[in-house]
Design a protein around this ligand. Structure first.
Ligand code: GLA
Length: 383
């Protein structure tokens, strides 16, 4: 048994009675397709072997008792008082709230959770927190909701109390991930395909800037608004329903009708949707070199047009371009900090990581962290 799960079980035994059920809920990576999930685009995430572990049991009352081990905090609420809160409480309560909004018959429960996703790393610890609890509640109270319904429920939960108007990528990868595979998700139809992640001779390496600029969630919603504003202008000009029906030239033709920021966001979205479709073909034909080039291009767009990067991320990507062994690199996730995702030749990983660590430390006086990614399955119960 994984030690985090074991510790959660032990904490549970020390604080509550009964035998808990244990669940694992993964974080995610995203190979390509950033900030397009809420713009009807395509994304290419995978669940990873890092995540959040839950120990859960119904307690026969109407009280919800939580112990958040990594925050060394505990909190209790009555089911009838579930409301917006702050920090981790906002996420777990928002999940419970979604079940209540669906009028699902749930009771009180005891809950201990802990994880190994570095906070603010862009590996979506929030979706892991949401998904593990939603899955656990569904199991404990035999609600019979399927995984996609649970992913959508978790997305609504993130919109609601935390007020982050996220797309569906993170929650989908969390529920639907499959070991050894990436998911190509069509965010318009919510249809998906799995591809085996075979990167002959290469590995995916994440470098964590260990910074997370606090503007992130507000800026996220602002990007979403810019895209909505742009879309409404484009819809007036053309008979279209979504960004995927557009060509770059359609956006360029409407330049005079938009602010520069709105124009740049729309241009990025159209380019990124196209890039992700190309990338999916390249990955299936094992052309990792060409795939890597698209990652660099995506970073350029995220940084210059969509403006969701930061100097630490830009520096790490810039460093990556200097290593022959690194064939692709870009920021990953919402941005403003967190990780870069790098496609690195096996034999070059060590020297790349060592050099980047030293350089980054000298420049920013922060120690970055590197992880070699291993994919994993979506949220599940541990035996
Ligand atoms: C966050 C959101 C996702 C997605 C990414 C950017 O992780 O939760 O829905 O928009 O940012 O691609």
């Amino acid at each position: 048994m994984n030690t985090i799960a074991e510790n959660a079980r032990q904490q549970f035994a020390e604080n509550f009675s009964g035998t808990p059920r244990l669940f694992f809920s993964p974080g995610r990576i995203n190979l390509i397709g950033e900030h397009v999930d809420y713009n009807d685009g395509f994304v290419m995430p995978a669940a990873i072997n890092k995540g959040v572990y839950y120990a859960l049991a119904p307690n026969g009352t109407t009280t919800l008792n939580f112990i958040a081990m990594d925050f060394q905090e505990r909190a209790s609420f009555d089911l009838k008082d579930v409301a917006g809160s702050e920090g981790w409480k906002n996420y777990v309560l928002s999940v419970v709230n979604e079940f209540l909004l669906l009028k699902k018959n749930i009771g009180g429960f005891d809950c201990v959770f802990s994880g190994d996703i570095p906070r603010g790393s862009g590996m979506s610890s929030s979706a892991a927190v949401e998904g593990g609890l939603a899955y656990g509640i569904n199991e404990m109270f035999n609600l019979g909701l399927d995984r996609v319904t649970l992913a959508l429920l978790c997305q609504r939960a993130e919109h609601n109390f935390p007020n982050v108007k996220c797309g569906i990528m993170d929650q989908f990868a969390n529920m639907m991930g499959k070991n050894g595979h990436v998911i190509l998700l069509d965010c318009q139809s919510i249809k998906h395909q799995y591809f085996p992640l075979k990167l002959d001779g290469y590995k995916i390496v994440l470098i964590n800037t260990n910074v997370h600029h606090s503007l992130a969630s507000g800026e996220y919603n602002i990007r979403r608004q810019r895209c909505e504003e742009g879309m409404s202008i484009l819809k007036k000009r053309l008979s279209i329903h979504s960004f995927r029906e557009l060509k770059e030239s359609d956006v360029r033709d409407a330049r005079d009708e938009m602010s520069e920021k709105v124009f740049n966001c729309c241009l990025f979205v159209v380019q990124e949707i196209e890039r992700t479709q190309k990338a999916a073909i390249l990955l299936q034909s094992n052309d990792v070199q060409a795939f890597g080039k698209l990652m660099f291009e995506a970073h350029e767009g995220l940084s210059k047009l969509y403006e969701v990067s930061c100097k630490e991320l830009d520096h790490l990507v810039e460093m990556a371009t200097k290593f022959d062994a690194v064939i692709g690199a870009r920021m990953m996730g919402g941005g403003f900090g967190g990780c870069t995702i790098n496609l690195v030749k096996n034999e070059g990983i060590e020297s790349f990581v060592n050099a980047v660590t030293l350089d980054y430390q000298q420049k920013f006086h922060i120690i970055p962290e590197a992880y070699i990614v291993e994919t994993g399955d979506g949220t599940h119960e541990l035996s």
